[in-house]
Design a protein around this ligand. Structure first.
Ligand SMILES: NC(=O)c1ccc[n+]([C@@H]2O[C@H](COP(=O)([O-])OP(=O)(O)OC[C@H]3O[C@@H](n4cnc5c(N)ncnc54)[C@H](OP(=O)(O)O)[C@@H]3O)[C@@H](O)[C@H]2O)c1
Length: 289
């Protein structure tokens, strides 16, 4: 095996040119730009917003995207996602990441059955314990489902800095394929300990809240991009925020949410070389501190 093939985060181009990174536990390559569904997919089936989401997903899949994150407690977003995937014929392309958010085994079993029905599938790619809820009971259940071939990967999620110590402690003690955590220009703390730990342990990382749930856009309203952005191939603040996230070598895929096709097309443009230098990353952290 050559040096490049041995690298756990080897960059390789998907047919569309979107960069991919490898899931350490299997070597499977996933595109660095994914999508979230919280808020943005909480719409009514058949509505104008629903039709707009169909255009969002068409742009996403045609642009080389694959990873979509959802949850049974995102106000029906998983049901909308399942219907859109079926109508668009995209189930085979989609890497479906969903969650368990329950307080007992019985609740988790009922929720899991509902998730499969909502997502219109008989298995998913990644099953995560949502916000570490009841993880001591739910993680073994998710591992059982993995043994049964119902999910290919198992993980845990959180979205706040205050959850990162517990995520790190579980990473140290439990077998996991993925974690999902917050990481952004104004919340870069995960880079201190958690992301290097995942690299060491060979655990894939999904990044949520790369836009701080949209709040970062209010902060840069009417503000020009840094002078060096064009050299880094960056044409918008959204691309800059996403490129910050994927510039950490531990990161597998960032999962920004949007309900707008123009924003989806823009986000996909972040998934290309070059990554940000250390100096550029530090300049951004200082700008948003
Ligand atoms: N605990 C957990 O497991 C957890 C917690 C949080 C998030 N997540 C996952 O991570 C995903 C992403 O996190 P998030 O949804 O909280 O936040 P985010 O991706 O940081 O921000 C999404 C928000 O940004 C807005 N936006 C996107 N592009 C924009 C642009 N160019 N200009 C202005 N606004 C823009 C979107 O609105 P529009 O729809 O109008 O574009 C949406 O409201 C979630 O959808 C979910 O799948 C998981």
């Amino acid at each position: 095996m050559g040096l490049l093939a041995a690298s756990p985060w080897l960059h390789a181009a998907a047919p569309t040119g979107l960069l991919t990174r490898k899931v350490p536990s299997t070597g499977e390559a996933l595109p660095v730009i994914g999508a979230g569904t919280s808020g943005s997919f909480e719409v009514e089936a058949g509505s104008a917003q629903y039709q707009q989401l169909k255009t969002v997903l068409k742009a996403f899949f045609e642009g080389g995207g694959r990873v979509i994150d959802t949850s049974p407690n995102y106000g029906g977003a998983d049901r909308i996602l399942g219907q859109l995937l079926e109508e668009g014929g995209w189930h085979r392309q989609c890497f479906i990441a969903t969650k368990i958010a329950a307080n007992s085994r019985a609740d988790a079993q009922a929720q899991w059955a509902g998730s499969l029905e909502s997502l219109r599938t008989d298995k998913v790619d990644l099953l995560q314990i949502h916000n570490l809820r009841d993880w001591q009971r739910q993680l073994p259940y998710a591992q059982e489902l993995k043994q049964q071939g119902k999910t290919r990967y198992v993980g845990i999620t959180h979205y706040l800095n205050s959850g990162q110590d517990e995520v790190a402690s579980i990473v140290r003690s439990q077998p996991l394929d993925f974690i999902q955590i917050n990481y952004s220009v104004n919340a870069p703390e995960a880079a201190r300990e958690l992301l290097p730990l995942c690299q060491d342990k060979g655990i894939a990382v999904l990044i949520n809240r790369a836009f701080d749930d949209g709040r970062l856009f209010a902060k840069v309203k009417d503000q020009a991009l840094p002078a060096w952005a064009a050299d880094a191939g960056i044409g918008s603040w959204a691309q800059l925020f996403l490129k910050f996230a994927i510039s950490h070598p531990a990161v597998t895929t960032v999962i920004p949410a949007t309900s707008r096709p123009d924003r989806q097309l823009d986000q996909l443009k972040a998934g290309h070389e070059p990554m940000l230098t250390q100096a550029q990353q530090q300049a951004l952290i200082k700008l948003f501190a």
